[in-house]
Design a protein around this ligand. Structure first.
Ligand SMILES: Cc1cc2nc3c(=O)[nH]c(=O)nc-3n(C[C@H](O)[C@H](O)[C@H](O)COP(=O)(O)O)c2cc1C
Length: 174
């Protein structure tokens, strides 16, 4: 199923209720192909994706985020960032890791939406729990957990609550 881009953007939402239907590795690979093509500062691509689709490991990862809904998701992608691989601005040392990881992560969410899959950005997790469950080496930081799966039956896309264009856009000087 393919959708026009603006439809994909408006259909993406934070899905917090999943069906138990498994996500195939083919689907995950298709999503990660879009993630891999994301831009990054100086094309450093300072990211890795850890895919979890096995119930015992999922349980250990989900223990890092104490919300019952996440346990419904049949798979998760943990997006890792590496600050020593990322571009740093020479003027002030600004580190682009978080921006780069955010872009590739949103590609995951939009690609999943285009395939009829639900996702949710989760950053409010305990990173130590994730690192020890997945043996993540010191130089790699888990920055986002993306649960992924088919939205539960009967879930509809919630209305977007967003600031207005007038509130957000400044034409010319601030
Ligand atoms: C950086 C980031 C971190 C987030 N962390 C969490 C989280 O830990 N738990 C959660 O339920 N939602 C999390 N969200 C989802 C936001 O709450 C959600 O995107 C926002 O309320 C807008 O709703 P929508 O995604 O349905 O459009 C996060 C979103 C972003 C971008």
């Amino acid at each position: 199923m393919e959708k026009a881009f603006n439809k994909i953007v408006s259909d993406r939402y934070s899905c917090r209720s999943y069906s138990q239907e498994p996500v195939t590795r083919e689907q995950i690979l298709a999503v990660l192909e879009c993630a891999r093509l994301a831009p990054s500062a100086c094309n450093k691509q300072p990211w890795k994706y850890v895919v979890i689709d096995e119930s015992q490991l999922l349980e250990q990862v989900y223990a890092a985020y104490d919300r019952p809904w996440i346990k419904e998701a049949p798979a998760a992608i943990i997006v890792l960032g590496n600050r020593s691989e990322a571009w740093h601005r020479k003027h002030d040392g600004y580190d682009a890791t978080d921006i780069d990881v955010a872009i590739t992560t949103e590609h995951i969410c939009l690609a999943a939406t285009s395939m009829g899959l639900g996702t949710c950005w989760v950053c409010n997790f305990n990173p130590e729990t994730v690192c020890s469950a997945l043996n993540i080496p010191d130089e790699w930081e888990p920055l986002v957990i993306i649960p992924i799966g088919k939205p539960a039956e009967g879930i509809s896309i919630p209305e977007k609550k967003r600031k207005t264009v007038e509130e957000l856009i400044q034409w010319g000087k601030f």
